[in-house]
Design a protein around this ligand. Structure first.
Ligand code: MF3
Ligand code: CO
Ligand code: CO
Length: 257
């Protein structure tokens, strides 16, 4: 990964917003299907069909990090899965599960990357709390972004909130710059210290995607080469937006309207 951060023009940010809107609308489309009894393969197939019908391409399908291509169109990460869960017809949603669905359509060359964690029917108090706090972490991070601020401000906002609620922040996966390239500079840690790290500048576009755990922050990679799980197999939740730093603050690019 190059460590040069690309600054996008107004026009390019408009293109990112169009891709981002499509990504959010795709999650809106999948949301009502998140019910006990559906397989993650069915969610994948619905997402793939919808994406094609909207003249977009699923970035995850065939995406390569190291040697292994990701085999599906979306990531579906249930309960102890931190991220990059692989849809399968053998994985059926059960009452009480939490599931993160992470989508990244490419529209006219630009990537829109967003994810939400959904509750499957009635879930435990702990699961509900974890999901709520994780979403709050994302929004608290977005609120502190301003030009001439620092990347560390983002991680600090997330870490303070998560840990004050008794949860932990995953270290092994970070947010990322995104444009015509899926994953590029800068890396955006979800932990850290205020006032440290690279300066935020208008035109920077990156994701914030905190993964917050019920127990240990430590992760383990399963043998499929993708699925990351919590070391203690306790719950993990995640929310993600793609954002742009603007002259007077920040804009969320992955909103439906
Ligand atoms: N959408 C994920 C992210 O937020 C990346 C998925 S890569 C895949 O960065 F290959 F696992 F799909
Ligand atoms: Co991302
Ligand atoms: Co994503």
């Amino acid at each position: 990964m190059s460590d040069r951060i690309t600054l996008l023009s107004k026009r390019e940010i408009d293109k990112m917003r169009q891709a981002g809107r499509l990504a959010s609308q795709l999650l809106d489309y999948l949301a009502p299907m998140v019910k006990p009894g559906i397989s993650t393969q069915e969610l994948n197939d619905e997402a793939e069909k919808w994406t094609k019908a909207h003249n977009a391409i699923s970035a995850p399908l065939g995406y390569k990090v190291g040697k292994v291509h990701f085999p599906k169109s979306i990531c579906t990460s249930i309960n102890e899965v931190i991220c990059h869960g692989i849809p399968s017809k053998k994985v059926i949603l059960q009452e009480g599960d939490i599931i993160n669905i992470d989508v990244t359509p490419i529209l006219d060359g630009y990537h829109g990357d967003t994810s939400r964690t959904f509750l499957v029917g009635e879930v435990s108090e702990t699961a509900k709390k974890l999901v709520e706090v994780t979403e709050e972490c994302l929004y608290r991070a977005i609120e502190v972004i301003k030009p001439n601020g620092r990347l560390g401000d983002i991680g600090a906002a997330i870490q303070e909130h998560a840990e004050s609620e008794g949860f932990s922040v995953v270290r092994d996966f970070v947010g990322h710059g995104i444009n015509r390239v899926f994953h590029t500079a800068p890396q955006v840690p979800h932990f850290g210290e205020r006032g440290t790290g690279k300066k935020l500048r208008p035109g920077m576009v990156f994701t914030i995607e905190p993964m917050i755990n019920e127990g240990t922050h430590e992760a383990e990679l399963l043998k499929d080469g993708w699925t990351a799980v919590t070391k203690d197999r306790k719950l993990s939740a995640q929310f993600e937006h793609t954002i742009a730093v603007t002259h007077d603050g920040v804009q969320i690019l992955t909103l439906s309207d």
